[in-house]
Design a protein around this ligand. Structure first.
Ligand SMILES: [Zn+2]
Length: 313
């Protein structure tokens, strides 16, 4: 079964340490490697640009990671740049030999309202954008910003610009008020690329039942994530915990809106048995024990394929 993974943070690691390579053997410093993606049957991996708060949040920082996406990810053997529906179909076909790579931006902080930088990133392949990381920026408050504000005027403009440019909106990390404003403003389906259910694990990064219902109503997607903090209140997690979140989404009517967004290379603690993309087989096995195969196929890549082919154009 081909897998689609809606979030990883390889690019910021490549930016911090120029000795890292996607083609290096497992255990060389990256969770996501070309070998691991192949071993785990990952047909499509979303690579997010994430500029840490300790780095200058400028267009240059984001562009440097976009360059690494081209020079270190797309240049690796067997990788295919995913920019349109035909690319998605090709890399998720059962007999596909290439691994698809889609460029995203996690938090618009570094754009600083410079619209040329957004348009340039779009030309470099950017097809998905989250307005914020955890804190507030020029576009909106993030989920950990205590005042809990929503979108600024420029943030509303960013939503409109992204839709005009064919950049999909990602609401993971966004403040709750920002989420509802995006839900109201968005003319197209949107996604939470790496978030779980608050009802199962009450962490602010997770989605309330109301938010999950809104994503379903918008024909969007929830990428369940393997971050232990967002899976279980004890902050340690096993594969079974991912299944509990999936079950909850099903109970809310979201069985056909579930996907996965691992957050590999963005985490320092791991779900037991899920250390790299090579371990996807263990998740597949656990899912098939509990859920019907057509549904599992949907979660692993069918729903992501539908969402991306419908909305990338
Ligand atoms: Zn994140």
């Amino acid at each position: 079964m081909r897998i689609a993974d809606l979030h990883c943070d390889v690019l910021s690691k490549l930016d911090r340490d120029s000795t890292l390579e996607l083609t290096a053997p497992a255990g060389s410093g990256l969770d996501v490697t070309t070998g691991g993606l192949t071993q785990g049957s990952v047909g499509l991996q979303v690579f997010a640009i994430w500029v840490s708060p300790s780095m200058p949040r400028t267009p240059e920082s984001a562009l440097r990671q976009a360059e690494l996406f081209h020079s270190k990810v797309l240049a690796a053997p067997g990788m295919r740049h995913v920019q349109c529906a035909a690319d998605v179909e090709a890399v998720l076909a059962p007999d596909a030999s290439e691994t698809g790579a889609l460029l995203a931006l996690e938090g618009a902080d570094s754009l600083r309202g410079e619209w040329w930088a957004l348009r340039l990133l779009r030309r470099l392949g950017l097809r998905m954008l989250g307005l914020t990381w955890n804190e507030a920026n020029w576009a909106s408050d993030g989920i950990m910003e205590p005042r809990g504000g929503g979108l600024t005027g420029d943030g509303r403009k960013l939503v409109v610009e992204c839709e005009a440019l064919g950049i999909l909106l990602d609401v993971s990390h966004l403040s709750e008020r920002g989420f509802w404003e995006v839900a109201e403003l968005a003319g197209r389906p949107f996604i939470a690329s790496h978030s779980n259910a608050y009802a199962i694990c009450p962490h602010p990064r997770n989605l309330s039942d109301g938010q999950i219902r809104a994503l379903i109503a918008a024909n969007g997607l929830v990428g369940l994530t393997f971050v232990p903090f967002f899976l279980h209140a004890s902050r340690t997690a096993a594969i079974d915990d991912i299944l509990r979140h999936a079950e909850h989404l099903c109970a809310l009517g979201g069985a056909h809106h579930i996907a996965f967004g691992s957050d590999f290379d963005g985490i320092e603690t791991y779900t037991r048995g899920l250390r790299t993309p090579a371990d996807y087989g263990a998740l597949v096995e656990a899912l098939l024990k509990r859920f019907p195969e057509p549904l599992v196929r949907g979660w692993l890549s069918g729903h992501a394929k539908r969402f991306l082919t419908d909305n990338l154009g």
